[in-house]
Write a protein that binds this ligand. Structure first.
Ligand code: F6R
Length: 608
């Protein structure tokens, strides 16, 4: 999604804006731009494609000034052209925007009727025109913003820069995140603390409907009713160092390899290994004993984490779980009964559909829990109980470490629910907690399969389709594997429940179709072997991910076998996620795609 940055600085601002935008690249974008005040006058540079194109434009025709705004645009309304790239300008104002102005067509007509020319296909340009029209009536920038912001429908974060006003930035948020950064004689605006990490760790997060007026001495914050409000300043833990690739070629590789450590950190918050007990902060607020059902909503990879959790809550806590992709749930008008707990899973904590589903459940009286990685996010702030994953900033667009940390939290929560409801006894709790405690070490072992995976990924980069099969908790993992391969290498892939193969997808099998089978040697392994035989009989190329026992019992049915360590069944989807991630990573590297920022994708999806 689009990224926003604004700086009231003391030195040349354009390179600093670009530096901050680089930290927002991970969100996904297809054009970029900056506007500064050069000699007090608004000037801007914009470019299609990557930030290096904007840098080239700035090198060719530099812009001066110590105040400015910058933007990475992920196209929604209009192609990713220079004309549609932000900042948009009208008269004395320049604006950058993240989100969608839903009533822009109506506002556009009003602007045209007023005689102004609309130059772009975007929904954002209307905002610049509306503010400029108020300025033309003699209103101050602050009054102009106060008049225009309530007229905008939809979701937005906005930053304004005003011609002739070198010590002023105005920012606003409704639906999309925006943070204020406090520096030493400097002030900043950014889509998140990551963008501002090179400048400051002193952050004030704007709340829903807030807008702020910044000068170099500080910020005044107003709520949606234009009342001045006080918002807390906090220290961000996101340091510039965390945003480095280190010795890795891609953030995704770094994040895959961080998993033993970050899963360990996350688990240390949810299990007491010494006492061999789960200890889930906040869980006491949910009365699991009287719960009738859990409703889970999430998107993409987070949704697959929820699907795995469904197996766990149902098995260990005998608690029915209904799970939906959030984009469906939010419009499904699901009845919410008494004693129901709604759980939302999101790395960013800003995903528009997940947030809308949360608000639906809240309005209908459900208790709200969230598994999020960003504790300051909107989803975290609007939840009754937050179960934070301690994955650290995830920069690669494809979710990896956030997923396995989500699973770690959800496993602990399912065991807690099982204990509370009397379906997990003390001995079982000990066994399960010990199993979770072993994850970091097992993850290190699982990562050792990388050389094998790299070798088998090379021919994969030449296929056009792939299938992933799994049973039980490995069925969601099969779907996750297919999603990862699609998004990173643009190879069409599907994930199926292994038993479902013969009901349709088996028709696709031929010698060109790689079939990944995710099958630890568990209670249903034999069933999966039968499904593999069905594939082999039709010439399919099987890549089996299993353990030593599974490999020994598979005969010669698989062309390739990736060996995982022996694991407890509750741990399997977490450990088996690693080879699945590495397969898509190495295939994408062989194909030469943009691994950290695959085409068309955004990290934090703040629009519907
Ligand atoms: C896939 C991926 C996406 C996200 C989805 C939800 O690799 O990263 O499918 O999982 O967009 O994002 P969050 O977790 O931020 O709500």
């Amino acid at each position: 999604m689009c990224g926003i940055v604004g700086i009231l600085g003391s030195t040349d601002v354009a390179p600093r804006l670009v530096d901050a935008l680089k930290r927002l690249e991970y969100r996904g974008y297809d054009s970029a731009g900056v506007a500064t005040l050069e000699g007090g006058r608004l000037v801007r540079r914009r470019a299609e494609g990557k930030l290096r194109n904007l840098e080239a434009a700035l090198e060719k025709t530099p812009v001066g000034g110590t105040s400015g705004i910058g933007h990475t645009r992920w196209a929604t309304h209009g192609s990713p052209s220079v004309a549609n790239a932000h900042p948009h300008m009208a008269g004395k104002v320049a604006v950058v925007h993240n989100g969608i102005i839903e009533n822009y067509l109506e506002l556009r007509e009003e602007i045209k009727d007023g005689g102004a020319d609309i130059l772009t296909e975007t929904d954002t340009e209307v905002v610049a025109h509306l503010v400029n029209a108020e300025l033309a009536k003699g209103l101050s920038p602050q009054d102009a913003a106060a008049r225009v912001l309530p007229r905008l429908k939809g979701a937005f974060a906005l930053a304004f820069l005003f011609d002739g006003d070198n010590d002023l930035l105005i920012g606003a948020r409704k639906g999309s995140p925006l943070a204020i950064g406090h520096g030493d004689g400097e002030m900043y605006l950014g889509s998140d603390a990551i963008a501002l990490s090179p400048f400051t760790d002193r952050i004030t997060y704007l709340e829903e409907g807030d807008w702020a007026v910044l000068d170099r001495n500080g910020a005044r914050v107003f709520d949606a009713n234009n009342n001045e409000v006080s918002r807390q300043e906090s220290r961000s833990s996101v340091t510039a160092a965390l945003m480095d690739k280190g010795n890795y070629r891609h953030f995704m590789a770094k994040e895959i390899h961080e998993q033993p450590e970050v899963i360990g950190h996350t688990l240390s918050r949810y299990i007491d290994l010494g006492a061999r007990k789960v200890d889930v902060p906040g869980a006491a607020a949910i009365d699991f004993t009287n719960l009738n059902r859990i409703l889970i909503s999430a998107c993409g990879t987070a949704y697959y984490a929820g699907l795995v959790a469904k197996y766990w809550f149902e098995k260990y806590a005998r608690l029915p779980v209904e799970i939906d992709v959030a984009s469906e749930f939010r419009y499904r008008e699901t009845p919410i009964g008494k004693n129901e707990f709604a759980l939302f899973i999101s790395q960013s904590g800003e995903t528009a559909d997940t947030l809308a589903s949360l608000r639906y459940c809240k309005e209908n009286g459900a208790k709200i829990g969230a598994v999020v990685n960003v504790p300051e996010s909107t989803i975290a702030r609007e939840s009754d109980v937050v179960f934070q994953t301690i994955a650290g900033p995830e920069i690669g667009v494809a979710s990896t470490k956030a997923f396995t940390c989500q699973l770690a939290v959800l496993a602990a929560l399912a065991i807690h629910a099982g204990r509370s409801r009397g379906f997990v006894n003390e001995d079982q709790e000990t066994e399960l907690v010990e199993a979770l405690g072993a994850i970091p070490g097992l993850a290190v072992q699982a990562l050792k399969s990388e050389i094998k995976i790299e070798t088998l990924s090379q021919p994969l980069s030449r296929v056009s389709d792939a299938l992933y099969l799994g049973r039980g908790t490995n069925f969601p993992l099969a779907m996750e594997g297919a999603l990862k391969l699609k998004e990173l290498s643009y190879i069409h892939a599907e994930g199926y429940a292994a038993g479902e193969l013969k009901h349709g997808p088996i028709a696709l099998i031929d010698e060109n179709m790689p079939v990944f089978v995710i099958a630890p040697h568990d209670g249903i392994y034999e069933k999966t072997v039968s499904n593999m035989q069905e594939v082999a009989a039709r010439g399919g190329r099987i890549i089996l991910i299993t353990d030593e026992r599974g490999a020994a019992e598979s005969g010669d049915v698989a062309q390739d076998v990736v060996i995982m360590p022996d694991v407890h069944e509750i741990v399997a989807p977490i450990i088996y996620a690693l080879p699945v991630q590495m397969i898509s990573y190495h295939t994408a590297v062989f194909m030469g795609t943009d691994v950290d920022q695959p085409r068309n994708l955004a990290k934090s999806v703040t629009v519907e």
